[in-house]
Write a protein that binds this ligand. Structure first.
Ligand code: CTP
Length: 406
């Protein structure tokens, strides 16, 4: 165990004064009430890497709920949320500092790939860290008075951070939780780390022999979302090259991550991650299992529509191109372009997508066109002219309508 590294200075420089004050209160209370508490997981990893800290996670050796009640009784914090079965607590300290407290726990996976069942709450820190995914996420920093700031490293995580290595803690890791395969991708892309050879081998084994359907798809979806939202081309290239896409029964397209990033940067879609994912995922069962929102799901149905109903050809007019893509989500148009490399979706994205008729039905009524059908036809005529560039401004539209009425 490497306990020589002390990060007290790093804590002071990288965390805000308010967070440090909250941690010091926790530390004093732990000392008085004889608890052992530690910063744990991502916060430790990111402190060592000098990265921005997203969440403050503290683990309590014992019962975090009881510990937080002591803090709350002393008016150090307010308890915001409690999860009773796991004994985890979200608490708010002065100046809105939020800390997530977890009780140390050991877990057992009753069925491969399913959520774990907690076997013991209040185990030792060492027992707790072995349920985790990678050595770089199994590090703790003591918040206890006798060794405040010491890094507790049972699994060689500090060395792995130095060597930019992603290493699972045991051979069964991916069987227990296949979403870790995507987590490896996320950390590899975000931190520019690499999986060690053994971890690669375990992943390969899982993807070739041990796949199964009844796994926690919501975890996999959440990790894919985090990974592809990074908009890092390498994540996508690795996703294909490492066969990770097989986890979601994807189809391997001939696309490079950089092509997707270039499109995404240019057209800023709402769902960046789904442009990446949509080029690979077509399997209906998985699409259902991901429980997408209505807007997310539309991207996949639009993509299928575009792929299966193409009536465009080299001579299609701007109007025909516009009509084909008009009602489709911009993400699906991008996916369609990436998969087919046709020029029409690019013409649409580049030139036509932004074109709108500015006059509306009421405007036309005021100008004397009263019949609903005629209004629709006139709006369509205006659109045709706008798409050819013969009409540009609202004043042009009005002029055109007046001419037609005459
Ligand atoms: N963890 C795990 N297996 C998972 C998910 C999480 O072992 N499938 C553990 C890791 O030790 C991780 C911790 O739970 O550090 C907290 O999880 P999470 O907040 O998802 O990850 P972070 O490491 O904080 O990563 P991020 O920076 O992306 O939030």
């Amino acid at each position: 165990m490497d306990s020589t590294l002390n990060l007290t200075d790093k804590l002071e420089t990288q965390l805000s004064k308010d967070i440090i004050s909250a941690l010091v209160l926790c530390s004093k209370t732990a000392f008085e009430a004889e608890y052992k508490i530690f910063l744990i997981g991502g916060v430790v990893r990111d402190l060592i890497l000098n990265r921005k800290i997203a969440d403050i996670d503290v683990t309590v050796e014992g019962d975090a709920l009881k510990f937080c009640h002591i803090l709350a009784d002393k008016k150090h914090c307010k308890i915001l949320q409690v999860q009773n079965d796991l004994k985890t607590v979200k608490a708010c300290f002065k100046n809105n500092v939020i800390i997530d407290f977890a009780s140390t726990r050991q877990e057992f996976y009753p069925r491969r790939g399913h959520l774990p069942v907690v076997v013991r709450i209040g185990c030792t820190l060492e027992e707790d860290v072995y349920r985790r995914d990678f050595t770089i996420n199994a590090l703790a920093i003591s918040l206890n008075e006798n060794n405040y700031g010491d890094v507790i490293d049972y699994t060689g995580g500090v060395k792995d951070i130095e060597n930019k290595k992603l290493r699972v803690l045991h051979d069964n890791s991916f069987n227990e939780d296949p979403s870790r395969i995507i987590r490896a991708l996320k950390f590899a892309a975000r931190l520019n780390f690499h999986r060690d050879e053994h971890t690669k081998e375990l992943q390969r084994k899982y993807l070739t022999t041990q796949m199964h359907d009844d796994i926690s798809w919501s975890r996999i979806k959440s990790e894919l979302k985090q990974t592809f939202s990074l908009n890092i081309p390498r994540a996508y290239d690795m996703f294909l090259a490492n066969d990770t896409y097989k986890l979601i029964y994807g189809e391997k397209p001939d696309i490079k991550g950089l092509e997707i990033k270039t499109l995404v940067d240019k057209y800023s879609p709402d769902y960046t991650w789904l442009v990446y994912l949509g080029t690979v995922l077509s399997n209906q069962k998985i699409i259902e299992a991901f429980c997408f929102t209505r807007a997310e799901k539309k991207i996949f149905t639009d993509k299928e529509f575009l792929l299966n109903n193409n009536k465009l050809n080299l001579h299609s007019s701007n109007y025909e191109i516009y009509k084909f893509f008009e009602k489709r989500s911009v993400e699906s148009v991008m996916i369609y372009y990436l998969l087919t490399k046709r020029k029409e979706p690019l013409i649409y994205l580049e030139k036509l997508m932004k074109i709108r008729v500015e006059l509306n039905g009421d405007d036309l009524k005021n100008m004397g066109i009263l019949e609903g059908k005629k209004i629709g036809a006139m709006l369509d005529e205006i659109l045709k002219k706008k798409l050819t560039g013969k009409i540009i401004t609202k004043a042009d539209e009005e002029r055109f309508v007046k001419q037609q009425i005459k």
